[in-house]
Design a protein around this ligand. Structure first.
Ligand SMILES: CC(C)(COP(=O)(O)OP(=O)(O)OC[C@H]1O[C@@H](n2cnc3c(N)ncnc32)[C@H](O)[C@@H]1OP(=O)(O)O)[C@@H](O)C(=O)NCCC(=O)NCCS
Length: 143
């Protein structure tokens, strides 16, 4: 069985691969510009999942490293799914020393609730308290 190696070293990230997946294959960031992905990576804690030196998985955390974290852009390349790799990368996120003791860790998912439930994520306790400014099609609008 192949072991997924996790690294938070941004220098190792395959940015064209990450951008390619998000812009073309994701359901949530279709059309996202490369410059936006680069800026997001720069200001986030990023987790790359590698087989040898090839990146096959990704996750990104937006956090103040004290009180709050938001897990986004989680993916495993299609050819490598069903091997537990998303669980390895999610566990690495939750084990990261800079992400301990947070009061709230959020994420949004279309259909992977069963994955994150295995790590203690639940539907919001008080959904009525949450508000957002949300522009889901922002990357499809003409510039
Ligand atoms: C979701 C995704 C990251 C799962 O990656 P994966 O490495 O194939 O998943 P794993 O092999 O680690 O298994 C995931 C576990 O969560 C469960 N699960 C629940 N919902 C799931 C879903 N929508 N997709 C995959 N697994 C799901 C699986 O049954 C499995 O549990 P088990 O091992 O107890 O049977 C991958 O399918 C993917 O990249 N999808 C496209 C992007 C996406 O939807 N990302 C999530 C955004 S929040």
């Amino acid at each position: 069985m192949q072991t997924l190696r996790i690294s938070t070293d941004k220098a190792e990230l395959d940015v064209p691969l990450i951008h390619g997946f998000l812009a073309e294959q994701s359901t949530w960031a279709k059309g996202i510009p490369l410059a936006t992905v680069e800026r997001a990576i720069e200001h986030s804690l990023c987790f790359g999942g590698y087989l040898g030196s090839s990146q096959v998985a990704f996750a990104r955390v937006i956090s103040d490293y004290a009180t709050f974290g938001n897990l986004v852009d989680v993916f495993v390349l299609p050819a490598y799914r069903g091997k537990g790799f998303s669980k390895v990368i999610t566990q690495a996120v939750l084990d990261h020393p800079q992400l301990q003791g947070l009061r709230r860790f959020t994420l949004a998912t279309g259909d992977a609730h069963g994955l994150y439930a295995q790590f203690g994520f639940t539907p919001p306790l008080r959904p009525q308290s949450l508000m957002e400014r949300y522009f889901p099609n922002i990357y499809q609008s003409a510039p």
